[in-house]
Design a protein around this ligand. Structure first.
Ligand code: GLC
Length: 563
C-alpha cells in the first residue's frame, strides 16, 4: 500500500534521497524464507509490506552477494550475483518490483576497497606470476628482510594483526581488513572500469542508489618505496592529516574515482544516488558528499555523541553546515551493523567511551548491569530527535523494535573476524546482527521456519513485531507514527534553534522547522514547561504540561489549535 498521507514520490524525482528515511536491512538476519537459518532475498520481499507500513522511503541492503562470509558478506566473491543461499537474481528482480509497487526504493551496498579472496580475479592473481597483469589488480609486493620474510610495511589490518599476508611464492598481498579481503589496486584502469560495470548492472536492475563501503580507502599511495605509517598506525578519523597526505586513508585522489562514478549515475533518470561510508575528519566529509561525487556522506558524529544537549547542538550545527557546503543533506544514524545497538549504549553510564563499551561486551553485558529502562527512554527520545532533523535518517533493522544488543553471545557462536583477529580482545559486532523477532512464539520467533545462524536469546519474543503492532505505546508504533507525521511535516531543509544557551546548558534542545513544527528534547534532569501548541507526538508521557527528563516532544505552534 503506498503511503496514505502523501502522493507517491515520482519515480523521476532526482531529489528523493534528500530527506528520505532509509531502512538498513542486514539480509542474513532479517527474514528467512526457506528455513536454512539464514535470511534471504525472498524473506526481504515478504516483509516489504511491513516496511511500507512503517513508512520508510528506501531500503538499503547490506551485501547479499556470493561470499564465504569471512566478514559477514563484506567479502564479495562476485559483485553481480546473489549468494545462492540468499536467492537468485530473479528473486532480486522480484524484490525490486514489489518494492516499486509499494512505493519503496532499493539501495545496495558496494564494497570497492577489497574483494573476497574467492573472487575470480584474486584466484587468477594467486595462480599468476609476480609482476603479472593479474597481480596488478591487487596490491602484491615483495617482503622486507634478507629473504623477504618481513611484511613490506608496518600497515595494520583494521581487524587486528598486519595488513599483509604472504603467499607460497614469497610475495605478500595487502588487506586492510581480514586476509580473506584483499585490497584492490585502484590505480589500475581495469579495476575502475569493472566497478563502472557493476554500478550499471544494478542500476539497470532498478536500484535507486548505493551505499559505498569504506569509501575513504580506495586511493592509496602505492608508489615505491611504500611508506611506513609509524605513529600514524592507530587509525582515528579525527587524527587523520587535514591535507589528505595519509598513505592509506582519505587521500584527495579518491574523489577522482567518484567523479567517474557520478558520470555513470547521471546517465540514469533519475540519476542514481550514493552515500559514502567515510570515517574521516568532519571537515573533510564534504568532499565525499559533493554533487560531482557520491552525493551524500554518513555523519557518524551524531551516533558517537553523548546524549548531551550542548554536544548534540554543536554536532547538529556542524553536520548541517557541512552538508549545505556540499550541496547535500546530512545523514542521521543511531545504529548500524557495526556498532552496539543504541538502546544498550544508552543503558550504560553516560561517559562510556567506545573502549568502555567494548570492555562491557567482554563481560557479556554483565558489568555494569545496563539500566534497561533508562536505555529505552533515551532511545525513544533520541529517535524523535533524529527523525525531526533536516536531512535523511538511516534506521537499522530492529531499531524500530527497540532491540537491545545481544551482549551475551557465547564465544563459540561468534562469527565476526574481529573476535579471532584481535586475539579475543574485541568481542565484535555479532550482538547487533542477531536475527529479528517477528512473532512472540514459533520457530526462531518468526525469523523463518528453521533456526537462526546466530542464536536468539530466549526472551527475544518480548520484542516481536506482531505484539508491538498491537501495543499503542510500543517502539514500533512510535516509529510508525513519527514517520507518518514526518511525511506531512517536512517542507524545508533547515532548522531554527529556539533554546537559549542557558536552556541548552540545562539540557534542552529546542528547534523549529517550517510548518510550525517544533521539536523539544529534554536531556537534562529537571522537567521543562512546554510552550503552547498542539502536541503531535511524544516519546513518553507528558505529565502536567511539562516535558520530563529524557523525553522528546513534537509540537505544532502558531496558528495550530492550542492544547
Ligand atoms: C565497513 C562495513 C563493515 C565491514 C568493513 C570492511 O566498515 O560497514 O561491516 O567489516 O567495511 O568491509
Amino acid at each position: 500500500m503506498p503511503h496514505p498521507d502523501s502522493p507517491a514520490p515520482s519515480p523521476h524525482d532526482a531529489d528523493w534521497w534528500r530527506q528520505a528515511v532509509v531502512y538498513q536491512v542486514y539480509p542474513r538476519s532479517f527474514a528467512d524464507s526457506d528455513g536454512d537459518g539464514i535470511g534471504d532475498i525472498p524473506g526481504v520481499t515478504s516483509r516489504l509490506p511491513y516496511l511500507a507500513e512503517l513508512g520508510v522511503d528506501a531500503v538499503w541492503l547490506s551485501p547479499f552477494y556470493p561470499s564465504q562470509l569471512a566478514d559477514g558478506g563484506y567479502d564479495v566473491a562476485d559483485y553481480r550475483d546473489v549468494d545462492p543461499r540468499l536467492g537468485t537474481l530473479d528473486d532480486f528482480d522480484e524484490m525490486v518490483a514489489t518494492a516499486g509497487r509499494l512505493g519503496l526504493k532499493i539501495m545496495v551496498d558496494i564494497v570497492p576497497n577489497h574483494s573476497s579472496d574467492q573472487h575470480v580475479w584474486f584466484q587468477e592473481a594467486l595462480a599468476a606470476a609476480p609482476g603479472s597483469a593479474a597481480r596488478e589488480r591487487y596490491v602484491f609486493r615483495d617482503g622486507r628482510g634478507e629473504r623477504g620474510e618481513l611484511p613490506p610495511t608496518d600497515w595494520p589490518s583494521s581487524f587486528g594483526g598486519p595488513a599483509w599476508t604472504r603467499i607460497p611464492d614469497g610475495q605478500w598481498y595487502l588487506h586492510l581488513y581480514a586476509p580473506e579481503q584483499p585490497d584492490f589496486n585502484w590505480d589500475n584502469p581495469e579495476v575502475r572500469e569493472d566497478f563502472h560495470d557493476t554500478l550499471r548492472f544494478w542500476s539497470d536492475r532498478g536500484v535507486a542508489g548505493f551505499r559505498v563501503d569504506v569509501a575513504h580507502g580506495l586511493a592509496k599511495d602505492l608508489r615505491a618505496p611504500l611508506r611506513d605509517l609509524g605513529e600514524q598506525r592507530s587509525y582515528q578519523p579525527d587524527a587523520l592529516p587535514v591535507d589528505g597526505s595519509h598513505p592509506l586513508w582519505d587521500r584527495d585522489a579518491v574523489h577522482e574515482i567518484y567523479r567517474g562514478w557520478r558520470q555513470v549515475f547521471n546517465a540514469y533518470d533519475p540519476p542514481r544516488f550514493a552515500v559514502a561510508e567515510a570515517w574521516v575528519r568532519t571537515s573533510r566529509r564534504t568532499a565525499y558528499a559533493s554533487s560531482d561525487g557520491l552525493g551524500q556522506a554518513f555523519n557518524f558524529d551524531f551516533l558517537g555523541a553523548r546524549l548531551d544537549a550542548g554536544e548534540l547542538h554543536s554536532t547538529i550545527d556542524t553536520a548541517l553546515a557541512d552538508a549545505r557546503r556540499a550541496g547535500a543533506t546530512s545523514t542521521w544514524v543511531l545504529s548500524n551493523h557495526d556498532v552496539v545497538r543504541h538502546v544498550s549504549r544508552y543503558a550504560l553510564p553516560v561517559d562510556y567511551t567506545k573502549q568502555d563499551i567494548e570492555a562491557w561486551l567482554l563481560t557479556d553485558g554483565r558489568e555494569p548491569v545496563p539500566d534497561r529502562a533508562a536505555g529505552v527512554r533515551k532511545a525513544r527520545a533520541a529517535a524523535l530527535l533524529m527523525l525531526a532533523l533536516p536531512g535523511s535518517a538511516y534506521v537499522y533493522q530492529g531499531e524500530e523494535l527497540g532491540l537491545p544488543e545481544v551482549a551475551g553471545l557465547e564465544r563459540a557462536d561468534l562469527q565476526d573476524p574481529m573476535w579471532v583477529r584481535s586475539g579475543g580482545r574485541v568481542k565484535g559486532r555479532d550482538g547487533c546482527r542477531v536475527p529479528l523477532p517477528w512473532t512472540g512464539e514459533g520457530s526462531s520467533f518468526g525469523f523463518g521456519p528453521g533456526g537462526s545462524w546466530l542464536p536468539q536469546p530466549a526472551d527475544w519474543g518480548q520484542y516481536a513485531a506482531d505484539a508491538q503492532n498491537e501495543d499503542e505505546d510500543s517502539f514500533l508504533r512510535l516509529y510508525r507514527e513519527a514517520l507518518r507525521l514526518r511525511r506531512t511535516l517536512v517542507a524545508d531543509e533547515d532548522l531554527k534553534w529556539q533554546s537559549s544557551p542557558d536552556q541548552t546548558r540545562r539540557g534542552l534542545l529546542w528547534f523549529a522547522r517550517a510548518n510550525d513544527w517544533h521539536t523539544l528534547s529534554n536531556l537534562g534532569d529537571q522537567p521543562v514547561p512546554l510552550p503552547p501548541g498542539e502536541i503531535l507526538l511524544a516519546s513518553g508521557p507528558l505529565p502536567d504540561d511539562e516535558l520530563p527528563p529524557w523525553t522528546t516532544a513534537w509540537l505544532r505552534t502558531g496558528s495550530a489549535s492550542a492544547r
